[in-house]
Ligand binder design. Structure first.
Ligand code: PEP
Length: 251
């Protein structure tokens, strides 16, 4: 039984005061679902939001981290600095990092391994562009991103890994993959883990869907056999909409 995992990626939104107000509202409403819930504010608000979510059911995540531990890397943030702030999760390989900032599978892999070595939970994002979907290469693209991102990662570390399947054409566009289409890719991802690791690892793997998840489509997506959670962008910026998603199964 995989615990539903609903995560909010606030991207480059929210000043510290806006982020703390949002975090307070989310903490107040996040109890009682039994779900795993995480928010990833911008770096500037991590400390303040961390103080608010501490001791609550809401976990603290970062949106990115450096591929190196320390040194001359202007503008980068080390896993050590994130851990120091109480960050437990890091989102890696988000499509905006891959497609806007040119992150390669090799760089994503370095970040994943460093995060895992240092005891961080990672959310590894994979997903195809519209051109790749139209060219019928969804499975080959996703398989290459999984193989690249997880190169050298042992099965013993997979308990720290969540996969977020985020078709690039569905992110921030209002277009969602149908639950059946998303589930088919999630099933492919689970089978990939069975083939490259083990049936046990595949069964335990938490696979989130991301791409215009909203309060009105979350239940249909979460009803699918292989969809274990959601990585939410736009709808995580408002407490009511994020809580409707994060506690979608609350009685
Ligand atoms: C995301 O940024 O990971 C995302 C899925 O965004 P949105 O929910 O806005 O599509």
């Amino acid at each position: 039984m995989r615990t539903p995992f609903l995560a909010g990626n606030w991207k480059m939104h929210k000043t510290v005061s806006e982020a703390t107000a949002l975090a307070r509202e989310i903490v107040a409403g996040a109890t009682g679902s039994g779900n795993r819930i995480m928010v990833a504010p911008p770096f500037t608000a991590l400390a303040a939001v961390g103080a608010i979510v501490k001791g609550s059911p809401v976990r603290l995540g970062a949106q990115n981290m450096a591929g190196e531990l320390s040194g001359a890397h202007t503008g980068e943030t080390s896993v050590l600095m994130l851990k120091d702030l109480g960050v437990e999760y890091v989102i890696l390989g988000h499509s905006e990092r891959r497609h806007v900032y040119g992150e390669s599978d090799e760089l994503v892999n370095r970040k994943v391994k460093l995060a895992l070595e240092r005891g961080m939970q990672t959310i590894l994002c994979v997903g195809e562009t519209l051109e790749e979907r139209e060219a019928d290469s969804v499975e080959s693209v996703v398989a290459a991103q999984l193989a690249g991102g997880l190169d050298g990662v042992e099965e013993a570390s997979l308990g720290q890994v969540t996969i977020a399947y985020e078709p690039v054409w569905a992110i921030g566009t209002g277009k969602t993959a149908t639950p059946d289409d998303a589930n088919a890719v999630h099933r492919f991802i689970r089978d990939w883990f069975a083939k490259h690791y083990s049936a046990k690892a595949a069964d335990a793997m938490c696979i989130q869907y991301g791409g215009s998840v909203k309060p009105d489509n979350v239940r249909d997506l979460m009803a699918m056999e292989h969809i274990d959670g959601a990585l939410v962008g736009g709808a995580s910026l408002d407490a009511d909409s994020f809580l409707a998603i994060a506690t979608y199964n609350k009685e």
